[in-house]
Design a protein around this ligand. Structure first.
Ligand SMILES: NC(=O)c1ccc[n+]([C@@H]2O[C@H](COP(=O)([O-])OP(=O)(O)OC[C@H]3O[C@@H](n4cnc5c(N)ncnc54)[C@H](O)[C@@H]3O)[C@@H](O)[C@H]2O)c1
Length: 434
């Protein structure tokens, strides 16, 4: 099939490349010339394991192309996927749909024959209806479908190839057949193909993300209780998660949830519900609790280092919201690091995905390009992101400051082992054995 992906970010680039890899002709378009130039010279603009190789393979096989020319991309395709960002509007909890509507107008302008328009971006209930209104001048040319994306950064290629489910929402039955054909290579391997109304598909995406955010927040709040009551949160996660009705995933206590989806989609869901005068009080509490969590963790740092942290040397291991991605959107580090620097602490950080533009202008914050130079002479090492290379660090060997402490926000290390090495160690929701 001939596909065009509008928006070549985490979703458009990964799914476009994977669609090409299962035999389709794909053209990825983006308004960001820098991104497209990089891709045309064989460099992926994002960090996603295995993606570079897959891009090269399909680009060389001429199944995958990159352009800034939206007219050409629309002209040459039968299926157009909208994969542009849907961030939260500044100063509000509403979803900013301007990118979606702008590219819908371009689709209207450049379409001269029948097209299937598929929304992959996460959009509130009724956005498909709004897109149809934009397209009404050439109504007969278009079928508008919702196909929300569920891939996880860091595991995106695997998630594309083996999705738990493929959700297709349409008000026209014949559209399901086209999508079934497109996804046949995945469905034939066992992925569930689930069809519903277009509004249904739009809501499934928000409902899924809000539920997962609730699970994380629930276990994070219980971790607070565990810390005070001498119980180990990991036993609680295991004991609860072994119940098939609950399931063990997303039950690991840690920092506040972050990333490009959960924070914005929980807000987006509350705002969409408000339009229908429905109060999603549970989701609202989740958002509030998650915001409080960052404050709670910074208070904990003060407890560990004392109220005056001026000139204390703090080293962050990892700053992205999760491992195997370079995505910084809504990472806990974006709040923690500026706060600590403002209090006069000297902050270093190392992240395997490289230096971050977000911290470049912050006084007292410096990027180090390896674990050793990041942690040497540190007063406090904070493990924020559980990248593989942080899993077996010999802290005694690299920090070299006799009085250093480790605050492990992912419970990556063994508390007993830390104790045996006489390292002052703090983690999340586990009894303090120091
Ligand atoms: N990142 C994820 O893990 C993930 C997972 C599932 C769903 N989603 C959803 O998918 C959507 C895209 O997310 P993302 O993380 O890929 O965003 P992104 O910011 O990485 O990419 C969006 C891209 O769209 C481009 N763009 C915007 N307007 C354009 C236009 N008119 N023409 C051409 N290009 C245009 C931007 O330049 C950018 O490169 C969002 O709605 C998001 O919620 C994201």
């Amino acid at each position: 099939m001939k596909l065009c992906m509008i928006g070549t970010g985490y979703v458009g680039l990964v799914s476009g490349t994977c669609f090409a890899d299962i035999g389709n002709q794909v053209i990825c378009v983006d308004k960001d010339k820098n991104k497209i130039d990089k891709l045309n010279s064989g460099i992926s603009p994002i960090y996603e394991p295995g993606l570079n190789e897959l891009i090269k393979k399909n680009y060389t096989a001429k199944r995958l192309a990159f352009t800034t020319n939206i007219k050409q991309a629309i002209d040459s395709s039968d299926l157009i996927f909208i994969c542009v960002g849907t961030p939260t509007k500044k100063g509000s909890i509403k979803v900013d749909l301007s990118y979606v509507y702008k590219c819908s107008k371009e689709i209207l302008k450049y379409s001269k024959r029948k097209k299937i328009l598929v929304t992959k971006s996460t959009v509130p209930i009724g956005t498909g209806d709004e897109i149809e209104k934009i397209l009404k001048k050439k109504k007969k040319l278009f079928t508008v479908i919702s196909n929300p994306e569920f891939l996880r950064e860091g595991e995106a290629i695997r998630d594309f190839r083996y999705p738990d489910r493929i959700v297709i929402g349409s008000n026209e039955k014949k559209a399901f057949n086209v999508m079934r054909k497109l996804y046949a290579p995945l469905v034939n391997k066992g992925s569930k193909f689930f069809t519903t109304s277009r509004r249904g598909a739009e809501l499934i995406k928000y409902a899924s993300n809000a539920f997962l955010a609730t699970k994380i927040t629930f276990i994070n709040e219980l971790a607070n209780l565990c810390e005070k009551s001498g119980v180990n949160i990991e036993d609680i996660s295991l004991g609860m998660g072994s119940d098939n009705r609950i399931g063990g995933r997303f039950l690991r206590a840690g920092p506040a949830y972050g990333g490009s989806c959960f924070p914005k989609d929980t807000k987006g869901l509350v705002s969409a519900a408000e339009k229908y005068k429905i109060d999603l009080s549970l989701v609202k509490s989740v958002i509030k609790s998650n915001l409080n969590r960052v404050n709670l963790l910074t208070q904990r740092i003060h407890k560990i280092l004392g109220s005056n942290i001026k000139n204390k040397k703090i080293s962050f291991l990892g700053v992205t919201f999760k491992p195997n991605t370079d995505d910084m959107r809504d990472s806990t580090s974006l709040k923690m690091i500026p706060y600590l620097c403002k209090q006069g602490a000297k902050v270093n950080y190392y992240d395997p995905s490289g230096e971050k533009i977000e911290f470049k202008k912050i006084k007292n914050c410096h990027y180090k390009n390896n674990i050793r130079s990041n942690c040497i002479n540190s007063d406090l090492v904070i493990l924020l992101t559980e990248w593989d290379e942080f899993k077996s660090i010999d802290f005694r060997k690299i920090v070299k400051n006799n009085k250093f402490k480790v605050y492990d926000l992912r419970n990556l290390y063994d508390a007993e082992e830390m104790k045996s090495k006489k390292i002052k160690y703090y983690s999340v929701g586990r009894p303090n054995i120091n």
